[in-house]
Design a protein around this ligand. Structure first.
Ligand code: AMP
Length: 199
């Protein structure tokens, strides 16, 4: 299918409103290619740089996959840095503005108690850096058993920063039938290994 407009895609009206508010007129190529397979529940590997619109490419399907009444984390995005985690969470929040979905960023350097309060109040999507996610898992303040969609964003940078052990530890705590996607500017054998193991 040739995708011209966001309304050509099976995107809900409340999500389309959020996209319109962001000022997006047409889907970028990565959005046109990824949104349908992700909405269908398939695992997607996206080789894409920042600036291509990849956040909305996975953010839109993630928002649309959430069961609002289940106030537990159902979508998880792993990102290499605190700046990126904040930026992704903000972008997904804006997409989901009219849906009632709650998005929480979890990263090192912010007081853990503040994050614990946010997690306790019920959040649907968690965006975080691997180290701090592990910290919450070990404290029992974050449970991933209801997560059905995981995205590894900027996977090459996460591996460069030495997060591979943390990533494996996190992915091993998520139900097996989850949908897993990976976005990376470059692909090498270590990235393909993650894809082989988890996708
Ligand atoms: P990203 O690659 O996800 O970091 O997005 C890069 C920039 O492009 C961000 O400022 C987005 O808000 C913007 N953007 C993403 N998708 C679109 C679109 N379909 N139309 C216009 N701008 C977009």
């Amino acid at each position: 299918m040739q995708v011209q407009e966001f309304s050509d895609l099976p995107i809900r009206e409340d999500v389309l409103r959020g996209i319109r508010d962001l000022g997006f007129k047409k889907p970028s190529p990565i959005q046109a290619q990824s949104i349908i397979p992700l909405l269908e529940g398939r695992d997607v590997i996206g080789q894409a740089q920042t600036g291509t619109g990849k956040t909305a490419a996975f953010g839109i399907p993630m928002v649309q996959s959430i069961d609002l009444l289940l106030r537990r984390p159902q979508g998880l995005v792993l990102a290499p840095t605190r700046e990126l985690a904040i930026q992704i969470a903000d972008h997904i929040y804006k997409i989901s503005r009219y849906t009632g979905i709650k998005v929480t960023a979890i990263y090192g350097g912010e007081k853990i108690n503040k994050q614990i309060r946010k997690l306790k109040s019920g959040t649907h999507i968690v965006v975080g850096t691997p180290g701090r996610i592990i910290d919450h898992l070990e404290r029992g303040t974050l449970r991933l058993r209801d997560v059905h969609m995981v995205v590894l964003d900027e996977a090459d940078r996460m591996l460069d920063m030495g997060f591979i052990k943390d990533i494996n530890k996190i992915l091993d705590r998520i139900p097996k039938h989850k949908q897993t996607s990976l976005f990376s500017a470059t692909m090498d054998k270590n990235i393909w290994k993650i894809c082989d193991t988890y996708m």
